[in-house]
Design a protein around this ligand. Structure first.
Ligand code: NAD
Length: 428
């Protein structure tokens, strides 16, 4: 669809155009930043296990690399589209800029369904992807990472192919590698912890003690589990999480009004972040409707599962007690719901700020890999806290100073930084 809601690139451009107007960006810079600087579309022939050859379609989009090498994941998805990859590459540019790490924005993908491919076929696909794009990737050019349906295993095959072709060791070529093979300690926790660092600062700024707050979370995967863990460690109470039940093939909200025990809940969670309702009931959880997480009387909502979850249809169900929404997921709020949230003056920590802990830690991984020297976990997490805290306050201060909605303030900072970089380079 191209009505601006369902085509993510149309959405990303509309968000950009709005902020370009707010900051009075000149036409040439607008033209340069509202679309990708470079994009590569290519075919990847793969020998299948049965002896046939199948041809897959691959992409790499470098939205902008004025501030440093492009950075972004590679997705495996049967419904991958060039526009999705373009939008995600553009959002990576803003995400890296808002946390002020010296990287640009990129994204890649292959149209495929890895669930229907053997391990060997996936390996050949990963190696084929690298072979097609090798001249345009590298530690100082463009650095891929895992994304939807790709993992550290895929990253290592890609690294091996790159190193085989180029004849050397370049662990900074890719991030999301296994710890011990160039991966960074703390990467698993980074996104969820980053969300909570920003929540902690927002509460502090409002004079609210985190120990007096409650939260409801959508999702119980990588981001949500670590967000729930740190929030609880800081004294907050998570009362509900919503996630997928793989037996019933639907999502539920699991609620314990006196507080979720994160470790206990993790003990019944599968590797995909799913929980079956019977196991949750056995542990004393109320089993509620999938979207009940949104309707809880809590102080904080953390959507950390999927995009387009808070919509014009359900935004009015958010309790009047909710003071803050921290978007752990990418794009969990539709533009019309966002307007309603803005109108209700609920404090919003937008996705590309709240969940930037992941890319920040990927940047730390790249720094460690390039230096071939690896840090202790405490060092990684403390540097992450410093970065996220600084980024939150830069956006919050601008929002206050200029009476801007937090999402707009985050965009203003990010777009200004990238605009300044292209101007300083003399591109416009
Ligand atoms: P994940 O696959 O580990 O977890 C996803 C969770 O969502 C699971 O608990 C799953 O059960 C749940 N879920 C699926 N369908 C649901 C539904 N209909 N209702 C409720 N819950 C449902 O994924 P993740 O890595 O935690 O990522 C979550 C979001 O955060 C995504 O939007 C992702 O793009 C974004 N994100 C992730 C990272 C990262 O480092 N992992 C970084 C930035 C942004």
């Amino acid at each position: 669809m191209s009505n601006g809601v369902y085509n993510p690139f149309v959405n990303a451009q509309a968000q950009f155009d709005r902020v370009a107007e707010i900051i009075g960006l000149d036409q040439a810079t607008r033209d340069l930043l509202r679309q990708p600087l470079r994009e590569y579309h290519f075919l990847i022939p793969v020998k299948m296990d049965d002896g046939t050859t199948k041809v897959f379609r691959g992409f790499r989009v470098q939205h902008n690399d004025a501030r440093g090498p492009a950075k972004g994941g590679i997705r495996f998805h049967p419904e991958e589209t060039a526009d999705t990859v373009r939008a995600l590459a553009m959002w990576m540019t803003w995400k890296c800029a808002v946390v002020d790490i010296p990287l640009g924005g990129g994204k890649g993908g292959i149209i495929c369904d890895p669930r229907n491919l053997s391990e060997k076929e996936q390996e050949r696909l990963c190696r084929g992807w690298v072979r097609q794009i090798v001249r345009n990737l590298g530690p100082y050019l463009d650095v891929p990472a895992p994304d939807v349906m790709t993992s550290s295993k895929h990253m290592l095959w890609m690294l091996d192919e790159f190193e085989t072709i180029t004849g050397g060791h370049y662990p900074g070529f890719i991030t999301g590698k296994p710890v011990g093979m160039g991966g960074s300690l703390g990467r698993t926790e980074a996104t969820g912890y980053g969300v909570i660092y920003t929540v902690r600062e927002a509460l502090k700024d409002r004079g609210i003690n985190i120990k007096d707050t409650t939260a409801s979370i959508q999702g119980f995967g990588n981001v949500a589990q670590h967000a729930a863990k740190l929030f609880s460690q800081l004294g907050g109470t998570v009362i509900a999480v919503s996630c997928w039940d793989n037996v019933d093939k639907r999502a539920y909200t699991f609620r314990k009004k006196d507080g979720v025990d994160v470790d206990e809940l993790r003990s019944i969670t599968d590797v995909y972040g799913g929980i079956t309702k019977d196991k949750a009931r056995d542990l004393g959880y109320e089993v509620l409707d999938a979207m009940a997480w949104l309707e809880q009387d809590v102080d904080i909502l953390i959507p950390a599962a999927l995009e387009n979850q808070i919509t014009a249809e359900n935004v009015n169900k958010i309790s009047s007690q909710v003071k803050l929404i921290a978007e752990g997921a990418n794009g969990p709020t539709t533009p019309d719901a966002d307007e309603a949230i803005k109108h209700r003056r609920i404090f919003m920590i937008p996705d590309f700020l709240a969940n930037a802990g992941g890319v920040t830690c990927s940047y730390f991984e790249q720094v460690q890999s390039n230096a071939n020297y690896y840090w202790e976990k405490e060092e990684v997490l403390s540097k992450l806290d410093t970065k996220m805290t600084a980024a939150f306050h830069a956006v919050n201060d601008l929002a206050k100073r200029s009476s801007l909605y937090m999402r707009d303030a985050a965009y203003v900072i990010a777009i200004n930084r990238v605009a300044q970089a292209v101007k300083m380079r003399g591109w416009v």
